[in-house]
Design a protein around this ligand. Sequence first.
Ligand SMILES: Nc1ncnc2c1ncn2[C@@H]1O[C@H](COP(=O)(O)OP(=O)(O)O)[C@@H](O)[C@H]1O
Ligand SMILES: O=C(CO)[C@@H](O)[C@H](O)COP(=O)(O)O
Length: 483
Amino acid sequence: MYLGLDLGTSGLRAILVDEAGIVQGEAEASFDLAHPYPGWSEQDPAAWVTSCETAVAALRRHVPDAFARLRGIGLSGHMHGAILLDAGDRVLRPCILWNDTRSTAEAAALDATPGIREITGNIVFPGFTAPKLAWVRKHEPDLFEKVAKVLLPKDYLRLWLTGEHISDFSDSAGTAWLDVGARDWSDAALEAGGMRRDQMPSLVEGSAPGGTLRPALAEAWGLSQTVTVAGGAGDNAAAACGSGCLGEGTGFASLGTSGVLMAGRDSYSPDPASAVHSFCHAVPDRWYQMGVILAATDSLNWLSRNLGQSPSELARALPDAATGPSALTFLPYLSGERTPHNDSAIRGAFIGLDVSSDRTDLTRAVMEGVAFALRDSLLALKGTGARFDTLLATGGGARSRFWLTTLASVLDLPLSLPKGSELGAAMGAARLAICAADGADPNDVMTAPEAAEIIAPDPALRGAYEDAYQRYRALYPLLSGLG
Ligand SMILES: Nc1ncnc2c1ncn2[C@@H]1O[C@H](COP(=O)(O)OP(=O)(O)O)[C@@H](O)[C@H]1O
Ligand SMILES: O=C(CO)[C@@H](O)[C@H](O)COP(=O)(O)O
């Protein structure tokens, strides 16, 4: 048996799978996201450990015999977050997350360092890890002096599970300290932000072993055998492994807290100018590219908090099939935007509010706005040479039929809805555990899941969505021009 742990922004999902990758048990535990000041986004790493204990306890209750046969654990986690540890592995401050924009000035300064984009293959976005440390260095200098190690979110869970400081290439690619082509820390990139190699974890491939479960935890969980912890992956590389997106021509659209359009690549062909992310994949000799928007279901959650109805209640009020563009346009820049604008200062907007606009109109506009933003990412990815005939649909937003059908028509691409479409990253983590514990070939394990359904774009709506997308595109320069 293999345990896949996906540390999402809104909660942790755990799945237990057998040797054939068939799900034997599932558990979830949620935790909070704090926004103490505008643009800040933080979490307490202790909550991740608690959620892991809760999920494991639930699995042990529900599928005790299967859990007792555990051989491997795979980790997936939201990317870029900075966990700062002192020499005794104590957490120095709350984790600064991927959608935190406080380090905009530090990111711009690092991004201007000669050669940094060539080394890291990416723009140094404010959400990446290096500018967060540069912010801490400037604003919390006493704390910065105590930093002995910097870990990414899933690797903090690994520290608790194994006692070791280890990361994998796919997650480390989002720090702006990694030479993404060479798959190694870059001393030049580290020095640019006043960091040292000894403050970094050691690196392994996502599909290779990355530690062993601590004997004390194994005993507490009733396990007598050695349990291997895989290198694991950042959540998007993990979702790609769970969705069979390894090589050229494969890709997925994710409606999670963030929105992602991902393309598997057989070679490394970075294009930082387009605000496309180019990262190592979780398996050897592969890379992937993606466009990232910062608020996909986060936009729906924002609306849900303010209207006092849950996201699923809001979604239920919409029809099952796309109806063509609404008169109301939403720009989902609630936390700024990465692809294609790289603008952490821009903020969201509704354009076209009418005295008759109601909560259903607002929900529909939010889902359409996110779909338009993902079309921006699709065009940026196509500009790097990525091609796909179909995209897999994944993430919690894929529970909404209206959102899926709208996205298919706006992207003008069929979406394949896999069975268990929300399990992508947790399934990828479990598959990485199979590779690490048993030496299985990733190409054999990371197959595309069976499609529950193919959602085709509606040709009758193509022209109307095209016009609406052009209107949407014209709004960003107007909005940013307002200062
Ligand atoms: N029926 C639904 N329709 C649309 N969105 C939904 C529905 N149910 C849940 N969601 C959204 O899915 C989100 C969780 O998605 P998930 O992919 O697990 O996010 P993350 O991995 O970022 O934590 C919730 O925050 C919620 O906004
Ligand atoms: O910042 C990125 C990728 O660059 C995000 O995709 C995070 O990795 C968070 O993912 P979700 O919680 O939305 O899945």
